[in-house]
Write a protein that binds this ligand. Structure first.
Ligand SMILES: Cc1ncc(COP(=O)(O)O)c(C=O)c1O
Length: 428
């Protein structure tokens, strides 16, 4: 059995050795309700589930669109806004007063903390509003001329496709869309597709880390290796990856990485991170310009790319709290739990006649998103049946498919319930 599968299986069965997650020891000091001691026992995960405002008789499987915020994240946002409204007459008049508006400050501390989850320095991180904004900043900011080629996939989210199409229409760059086979058989097949496509005119490779529709974990490291060997700029769209998988941008070896912490990292909507490797930062022009658009001082780092004018500081407080929550549960534990549950969903679905799984089954490609369909049932019917019979929220895709995103607020019982509904639909 591949090691990754073995590890996932152990955790779902509760056999994983218990480890203390960062933050657990200090919960009492922080005034937060302490979690049960066991790391992978049902009591622990039921405590985790109770941190969310979703009614307990509903199951949320649409993190691929938007993650749910834990209560402590929501509280941080609301408290921040309440405080601002109470004291607004003093802000701007007292130097010691906390900052209320985002968009004018370098936010070094938060950038350092956010960079920590990607293995990046504070200076290599820009706080933006989502992955779409980050990808646009790279696509628009790179010096490219007519005829230069950009390699992308046919699996891009519109937020990762549009920025390149815009430059193609306006300035004549050439966007080449490589077809990733679905279901994707193995990582090498994908790497070979890229290796064969790279020619002398390729200036950029822009790929998703985890694809939106089928949840394919792309072999980003190997593809970035191909790019680096030819000095091609590599951008990875991590909208579906950060918070689902542990991400190390240095190990991936990409030049830029954009993500949306409001999905799997469970931050409030309107938060984005953009990483650019220090050595290549100067190649990116600012797209939005305010006071610091041309600030290339080393200590400012990517503050140049945070010049969006007045923003909501409370959302950054929410991001800060989401980073704390992530650290508190533990990235490894989250990954183990969610991938383990998704594996059990895949295994169950494979045993049901009439079910097609469009997401990959290869352990290196398979993540916490499972996209599947049942013969004779449309995606919307399947979506509705899961809601009507069980109050489970999956997301219908075009055609006969649904996408089920499995996160830490989901449980083995909900996976069993999903399989029960699918079994009954497949038999009818
Ligand atoms: C792979 C991928 N990239 C980019 C995006 C865009 O994310 P956002 O709307 O947060 O910018 C999404 C959203 O679903 C996505 O799945």
């Amino acid at each position: 059995m591949p090691r990754r599968h073995f590890v996932r299986g152990m955790s779902v069965l509760g056999l994983w050795p218990l480890t203390q997650s960062p933050g657990l020891a200090s919960e009492a000091d922080a005034g937060v309700e302490p979690a049960p001691v066991g790391a992978d026992d049902p009591g622990y995960w039921s405590w985790v589930r109770q941190q969310f405002s979703i009614p307990l008789d509903e199951a949320y499987f649409n993190t691929g669109t938007l993650g749910a915020c834990p209560r402590q994240v929501l509280d941080a946002v609301l408290e921040s806004m309440r405080e601002m409204e109470k004291t607004i007459a003093h802000y701007d008049y007292r130097p010691e007063h906390p900052e209320y508006i985002a968009g004018y400050r370098a936010q070094e501390e938060l950038r350092k903390k956010a960079g920590g989850i990607l293995n990046a320095n504070a200076g290599e991180i820009a706080l933006v509003q989502n992955a779409t904004m980050g990808i646009n900043f790279i696509a628009n900011g790179l010096e490219l001329k007519s005829g230069d080629e950009v390699l992308i996939t046919d699996q891009e989210h519109p937020g990762a496709l549009g920025p390149w199409d815009l430059r193609a229409k306006r300035q004549g760059i050439v966007v080449r869309k490589l077809v990733v086979p679905v279901p994707t058989p193995d990582p090498q097949t994908v790497v070979n597709i890229f290796a064969e496509a790279i020619g002398p005119r390729i200036k950029v490779i822009a790929i998703p880390h985890v694809t939106s529709r089928y949840g394919i974990i792309m072999p980003v490291r190997e593809i970035c290796d191909l790019g680096r060997a030819r000095a091609v700029f590599t951008l990875v769209d991590g909208a579906q990856a950060v918070g689902q998988l542990r991400v190390d941008v240095k190990k991936i070896g990409c030049d830029a990485y954009a993500c949306s912490p409001h999905k799997w990292l469970l931050a409030p909507p309107g938060n984005g991170l953009l990483y650019v490797r220090e050595e290549r930062e100067k190649e990116i022009w600012a797209t939005l310009a305010s006071a610091h658009w041309d600030d290339y001082t080393p200590e400012s780092g990517l503050f140049r790319l945070m010049q969006y004018g007045t923003g909501n500081e409370a959302l950054l407080d929410g991001l800060n709290a989401a980073l704390d929550f992530y650290a508190r549960i533990g990235p490894e534990r989250i990954e183990r739990r969610t991938l383990g549950l998704a594996d059990s969903l895949r295994e169950g679905l494979q045993k049901i006649k009439g079910v097609t799984i469009s997401s990959p089954l290869h352990p290196a490609l398979a993540g916490a998103i499972v996209t599947y369909g049942v013969a004779g049932v449309t995606g919307s019917q399947l979506q509705d049946e899961l809601w009507n019979r069980k109050k489970y929220r999956v997301r219908a895709q075009a055609g006969p498919l649904v996408r089920q995103s499995v996160h830490l607020y989901n449980s083995p019982e909900e996976i069993a319930g999903t399989l029960e509904v699918v079994r009954s639909l497949a038999a009818s």
